[in-house]
Design a protein around this ligand. Sequence first.
Ligand SMILES: [Fe+2]
Length: 193
Amino acid sequence: MIIQLRHGPFWNFSYVVGVPGSEALVIDPAWDIPAIHAAASEHDMRITHVAVTHGHHDHAHGLTELVERTAATVFVHQAEAAMLAETFGGRVTAVEHDANVLLGPLRVRFLHTPGHTPGSMALYVGEHVFTGDTLTTAGRGRHGAYEGAAAQLDYSLTRVLAALAPGTAMYPGHDSGPSRSAVLGDVLARVRR
Ligand SMILES: [Fe+2]
């Protein structure tokens, strides 16, 4: 199951993904950590995995608080691992493109989607993809200010995300589009126009 929580002044989404009675993955822990714990325990899920789609503060500042209570493993793309370990102050597991990890009966795939930040990643679980700030339900995310960022974002959208099945459900990092989730192929078609 997927629980989508919206919080904070920028309408960030955090996600709790898992199977009731089993383990859960939290994506982008920020703003209201007690609400994330409550959502997981309401469905009898134990938070064992945490991932950040990228290291921006509004997606990651709840890491310390969340991990203190769960001892969950924190996954971050290797390009942002050092930065995040410093701000978070705990241990992180750096992953590279196409790494994967088991979450109870589910498999989580990490897809490197640079452009918004150098170490942005999308998470693919079942028929669902969590795109962070790379892709909103309105279309293309905002590219970063660093050299080559726009070209990297193009690559991530047209090569990495477009390689997934068009019927995949996509879940963004902010409530900034026309809907809170969308069909990946529909959104990517708008990006290319
Ligand atoms: Fe961001």
